[in-house]
Design a protein around this ligand. Sequence first.
Ligand code: NAP
Length: 523
Amino acid sequence: MITKQFENNKVNLFKTEEERKLMADAIKKVEKSFSKEYPIVIDGKEIMNSGKIKSVNPSKPSEIVGLVSKASKEQAIEALEKAHKNFQWWSRESQAKRSAILLRAAEIMRQRKMELNAVMVTEVGKNWVEADADTAEAIDFMEFYAREGLRYASGAPVVKINGEDNRQFYIPLGVGVVIPPWNFPLAITTGMTTAAIVTGNTVILKPASDTPVIAYKLYEILKEAGLPDGVLTYLPGSGGEVGDTLVDHPLTRFITFTGSMEIGIRIYERASKVNSGQKWLKRVIAEMGGKDYIIVENDGDIESAANGIVQGAFGFQGQKCSACSRAIINKEIYEKMIGMVKERTEKIKVGDTREFTIPDVHYYNMGPVANIASKEKIMEYIEFGKKNSRLVTGGSAPEINGGYFIQPTVFADIKPMSKLEQEEIFGPVLSIIKSESFENSIEIANDTNYGLTGAIYTNSREKLSKAERELFTGNLYLNRGCTGALVGVHPFGGFNMSGTDSKAGGTDYLLLFLQAKLVSEKV
Ligand code: NAP
């Protein structure tokens, strides 16, 4: 029985010496486990494969955070068959038990927060505060979905008529394939996995290949919290190698994916095909990319706007689906805002995030991008920008320990509908676009195929109302930045090519993992 109301976990800003020492110690401890080998886990059995995913530290790629067994296609099929079998009993387990497991796991995460943060600092280059926010969000997801599971278990009201007792309630779907990205490697992985589990489904978790170690920690924590063997399969493997097998298999009932538009579309298309022996239409929950924006009007608070833009553009190296990659600025304040953004951007220190440099202003501490392929792709965009627009600041890739570092980069005079205004770069690159009028700003904001997050700074109530009506954006923020959605407070998901608008962390989310059954009894 849960008596306490849901409350968001507080993010640690590491203001005290004591907190900083705990985190520094946790990093040292995690470094001692570098190069450790991890198994895959099918039906509760740990299997060490000779083929391994090498998870490296993007701040210093010569350091191996973990060597994680890589699943084969045959193991993916075996995992699906076992998960299908295990669904028969897990789907009948009581909601109270399923929710209690999530609450226990949330408590274990609270106890192990520094360790989990330290894994993310080294496995994906999060700075301390960003890592802590990731762990806090993972805890929030479990606390929230544990409660939501109980709410859904009480069914839905139906209209009463004489002579019949009618009941509508919710049952789970079956075997779910969970495919998360690397950018919120604990929060998103936990949210997607535990939402499916708490509603009674069995899950094959295929973590992103850049972050399988932190995903293993989630498996370990859920097991410690009492999750029975066989409910969660931990199946690291290359998306290119086992992805199609998992998506195509007739026993797969649903796929929940968060990642790029390209892979999301591929999954959506493949899942639509009914394969031999398949008894259902697969459900696909796909949360994809963004080309998010901040509009600044000439009557807005430009100090707050400049802070919002820089934090949104460069927090976690611009690798958030909600990152501010476009600043749409009214022509009357255009040059002034460029100067303010430049000044703030140039204060950002780039380096190994194991070091905690500047307390209080956490986003002024930027780590590496996730991997070499990302670095190369982002640098291509930067070279393109240098040739085709005005470079305001940044533009280079500093050499530090062979890490994947890129200077925060700002381009101005970016034209609407041009490459840098349209394509998701997913790195520390901000495009500034001049707007002729408020209407023009709305037109530019809405001109991409995406529709994930956006923000507007203005003191005009009329403009705020119009923005609220006309900006086609899943998560719209007024007079604040466009990142930092909180579980329960800002249900998250986007329109158009940003995905199926699942609103993760909201009250509609668990319904995506359930189906409604109506029973009508003559009385
Ligand atoms: P990604 O390259 O699309 O990969 C996402 C996941 O898909 C990974 O686990 C990947 O595995 C897997 N995958 C790759 N090929 C596959 C295939 N053929 N079949 C099945 N799975 C396959 O994306 P990412 O680089 O990890 O993440 C960045 C993207 O995620 C950005 O576009 C960002 O905007 C988006 N994102 C969206 C949200 C949202 O809520 N809308 C939140 C966070 C991130 P491997 O790692 O093994 O390749």
